[in-house]
Write a protein that binds this ligand. Structure first.
Ligand code: PLP
Length: 433
């Protein structure tokens, strides 16, 4: 290899050779090797997931104190529920992972968003000496600690649920919160936040642009932490803890997952953090015995766009002529998270794009057939069943997909239990709001 030099003011300084792309050798007609970049260290590891679980446990006594009268144990957990739909033709086993009913926030953001908030509360508490010596986590919601937290701020961009989760839990600790809402955010979601004492900044732009604006707004402020839905490992880790929870629940029911009886999970996808974190951990636990299906609205099929064009770089859906238009506000994301593509891109088995009509139908069916109170995004997993299983019929016999008839299917319902009655009734009537 030659080292090139160039001369500046007579001094020779070494210059690195130009970066060799994998195609350069081929272009010269030489033998070449392409290696999947798996050897790159992942941005997160299973040890980090275990840390996140431990953090949730440490905070249980503090969270429990937030609503002592409810008898809540402070654990952010959701039930696993049997579901027997009228259609499609009976599957061997269909279960619902009911994150729409998660404590505190009524959506899957109680895992990711709340985890990052707890990380930040812990950092502040440590730096302020609130956890020194004999101090306990319970003390973190006492008034002395709240006074201290009130000098700090968290900022986040959201289409609704992330902002609510961050805003709610930040206020419980006394932290200031500023939530930037994209144009997809529902009015009632903004009002609910304002009622909590959260500063709501409205933007007339899409989610990715709102993230950019919020990031900039926060950049030069002291004692301010930006929760970045597009690049945060702490969010991803919070979601990832759900995989162990599901594994325990399957164990408790005596359901054994293996290659002959695989696990199929249907995960609604916005930027990809929630489904990505869960997929990361499930694939480590079950390997090929699990199939992870991401589900998006047709109008905002950003993960679909990215995966079907190589899975490395985000593709804005506008490039496909799509308008990011969907009534599923939780999934109205025009461009997938680069972090998720990097960490889990090659673990995603399928992406299904579903219509708003199909989600709307499933909001009604989930209610009438299972008593589940879902928001549009949360019904996406159900809507994916038929088109996905139709496609799986043609899978090669070597593929885990071909075992769909024996599989345990888990539809992840990601939000909705805290929808106000009139909002839910409107959804049931089927006129997308
Ligand atoms: C945020 C959200 C999702 C998707 O999570 P991402 O991390 O954006 O992929 C799915 N459903 C609901 C209800 C949500 O609020």
């Amino acid at each position: 290899m030659t080292t090139m030099s160039r001369s500046i003011d007579g001094d020779k300084i070494p210059v690195a050779p130009p970066q060799q792309g994998p195609l350069d050798a081929l272009r010269r007609g030489e033998p070449a090797v392409w290696l999947r970049e798996q050897s790159r260290p992942s941005a997160i590891t299973m040890a980090d997931v275990a840390d996140a679980q431990a953090r949730f446990r440490r905070f249980e006594p503090a969270l429990r104190r937030l609503s002592p009268e409810s008898g809540w144990d402070g654990r952010i957990r959701s039930p696993l529920i049997d579901f027997v739909p009228v259609q499609p033709a009976p599957l061997h086993r269909l279960l619902v992972k009911a994150d729409h009913a998660l404590p505190l926030t009524g959506s899957i953001k109680a895992r990711g968003g709340v985890h990052e908030l707890l990380c930040q509360a812990e950092r502040i508490a440590r730096s302020e000496g609130l956890l020194a010596g004999e101090a306990s986590y319970e003390g973190l919601i006492a008034s002395a600690a709240r006074d201290c937290f009130s000098r700090y701020e968290v900022v986040v961009a959201s289409t609704g649920n992330l902002g609510f989760s961050i805003g709610l839990v930040a206020r419980l600790f006394g932290l200031k919160a500023e939530v930037h809402m994209s144009r997809d955010a529902k009015l009632w979601k903004k009002e609910r936040l304002r009622n909590l004492g959260v500063a709501v900044v409205e933007h007339e732009c899409d989610f990715n642009e709102t993230v950019e604006r919020a990031r900039n707004a926060c950049a030069n402020r002291a004692r301010s932490h930006f929760i970045d839905d597009e690049t945060s490992g702490e969010l991803l880790l919070g979601y990832a803890t759900a995989a162990h929870e599901l594994t325990e629940q399957l164990d408790d029911r005596g359901i054994r997952i293996d290659i002959e009886r695989p696990l199929f999970v249907y995960l609604p996808c916005g930027v990809g953090g929630a489904p990505g974190g869960i997929t990361f951990a499930l694939k480590h636990i079950f390997g090929k015995a699990c199939v992870c299906v991401f589900v998006e609205p047709v109008g905002a099929a950003s993960m679909f766009a990215a995966m079907s064009s190589g899975g490395v770089t985000p593709i804005h859906v506008a490039k496909l002529g799509l308008k990011n238009a969907t009534f599923a506000d939780g999934l109205a994301v025009p461009s997938a998270s680069p972090l998720v593509l990097g960490v889990v891109g090659n673990m995603i088995d399928a992406v299904v794009a579903v219509s708003d009509d199909a989600m709307s139908t499933w909001i009604r069916r989930a209610w009438h057939e299972g008593g589940l109170r879902l928001e549009p995004a949360a019904a996406a997993g159900f809507a994916a069943l038929e088109p996905f299983l139709e496609a799986a019929r043609t899978a090669s016999p070597q593929s885990t997909l071909s075992r769909w008839q024996n599989a345990v299917h888990v539809v992840w319902t990601t939000g909705g239990s805290l929808l106000p009655d009139h909002e839910f009734l409107t959804l049931l009537e089927g006129s997308p709001a």
